[in-house]
Design a protein around this ligand. Structure first.
Ligand SMILES: *Cc1c(COP(=O)(O)O)cnc(C)c1O
Length: 421
């Protein structure tokens, strides 16, 4: 459920007409709904009610400071994957003890920065990384709380580019080697081993792969406890999928996910951590774009938009489907027609949809890409020298620009000319 609905035929973001935002900031732009962000965060928080838990928003999904602050004020922790994200979390007011540091390539500098600033735990992805965390902790005269990310070798049945839990993926330590790796971790004086971490992929639409992975984590918890480790925290990753189309079968709800977690792991009396990103931000955001031209091609009509793959790369990168809806609702009874919906970038990959049924549209009409809140703005670039598009946050009947569109000069002046030119 989200808060982007038509009222009297006009698409609204909460109580604000989308066209009013467009008139202020120009197109294309991203717009997020505060109520939807909070609703999704609370669904997870409530799903684990009664269990000692922390929902750590995986901020790589959408990391604008205003989004982070909205969630932080509601009590969210943060899952970060770089020093930049760590700094963003801190800047949004998240205390260090609610920040989890994930990612396969943490550098010594990043580790030092986070350990000095305060950290809930590092999720360790490899033995060499473990050595570096140990060395940095000793250098700082402290100990680093860690979990080890295990790779449970389960098939997440999701897009290959976002599956992370098979043995062929670069993530984590093979679960079969976990006892050996934990024994080594326990021997390093700069580390405090506190738990286990697992994250098998993104956009999972079935609970079974999660369940399989968590069963393996439960077994491992017992084995590690027998080995003498004080396993008291389980970080179960993110990955719960969202409905991108209104017609496909509904992915499991957070409440069902929470129930499954209790069933599989409740008896272990561990603190539970989850790291949802997409499910919190995905349906909380739209990308709004304007039709520049309607071009009649051979056997097909193209809607050429002012938004492009540099603004929303998911269709080009993951063959992702986004619902695309007109900002002014179609008049009932009007026959929809198929369009190829494309951006102006000089690549055939700059195609958002093929033969998509839409009401007849004309130059100047606006469309909204639904479910664009996660992995949208954060993955955008200035390819083709198209300045980054603005982000807007709506709260009831108010809206605010939360990231300005740079001017062309801002963009150009970021480059510097060497003295020999
Ligand atoms: C990307 C990622 C997440 C979030 O995944 P979603 O599918 O957005 O929920 C959580 N944890 C880790 C370690 C990740 O890499």
């Amino acid at each position: 459920m989200d808060h982007f609905l038509y009222r009297d035929g006009v698409l609204h973001a909460e109580d604000v007409p989308v066209a009013e935002i467009a008139a202020t900031v120009g197109t294309p732009f991203y717009v997020y709904s505060t109520a939807t962000l909070l609703r999704h965060f609370r669904l997870f928080d409530e799903a684990l009610e009664g269990t000692d838990h922390l929902v750590c928003y995986a901020m790589k999904a959408a990391s604008n400071q205003a989004i982070l602050k909205t969630l932080a004020e509601a009590g969210a922790g943060m899952d970060v994957v770089s020093e930049g994200e760590y700094r963003r979390a801190k800047a949004a007011g998240v205390p260090g003890d609610k920040i989890v540091f994930s990612g396969v390539g943490k550098t010594a500098d990043e580790i030092r920065y986070a350990l000095s600033g305060g950290i809930r735990q590092f999720n360790v992805e490899s033995e060499p990384e473990m050595e570096v965390i140990n060395a940095v902790a000793l250098e700082l005269g402290t100990t680093a709380p860690i979990t080890v990310r295990v790779n449970p070798d389960v098939d997440a049945k999701t897009h290959a580019k976002i599956a992370t839990g098979k043995s062929e993926n670069k993530f984590g330590i093979p679960i079969a080697r976990a006892r050996e790796v934990y024994a080594h971790a326990a021997s390093l004086p700069g580390l405090e081993v506190i738990g286990i971490d697992v994250h098998i992929g993104s956009q999972l639409t079935d609970l079974d792969p999660f369940r399989l992975a968590y069963q393996k984590v439960a077994e491992l918890t017992q084995a590690l406890r027998e080995d003498g480790h004080d396993i008291r925290r389980l970080d179960l990753g993110g990955g719960l999928g969202i409905p991108y189309t209104r017609s496909n079968e509904a992915p499991p709800l957070p409440v069902e996910y929470g129930q499954m977690i209790r069933e599989e792991l409740g008896h272990l009396n561990c603190e539970i951590e989850i790291e949802p990103g997409r499910l919190i931000a995905g349906n909380a955001g739209l990308m709004v774009s304007k039709v520049i031209y309607v071009k009649h091609g051979e056997g097909r009509d193209f809607l050429i938009l002012d938004g492009a793959m540099n603004d929303l790369i998911r269709p080009a990168m993951y063959e992702a489907y986004h619902d695309i809806v007109p900002v002014t609702e179609a008049t009932p009874g009007v026959e929809p027609q198929p369009y190829d919906i494309v951006g102006p970038v000089c690549e055939s990959g700059d195609t958002f949809a093929k033969a998509r049924l839409m009401p007849p549209l004309e130059a100047g009409d606006m469309v909204a890409f639904r479910s664009a809140g996660a992995y949208g703005a954060v993955m955008s670039s200035e390819y083709n020298s198209r300045p980054l598009i603005p982000e807007v946050l709506v709260h009831g009947d108010q809206f605010a620009v939360i990231r300005q569109r740079p001017t062309f000069d801002d963009m150009i002046n970021r480059d510097t000319i060497p003295e020999w030119l």
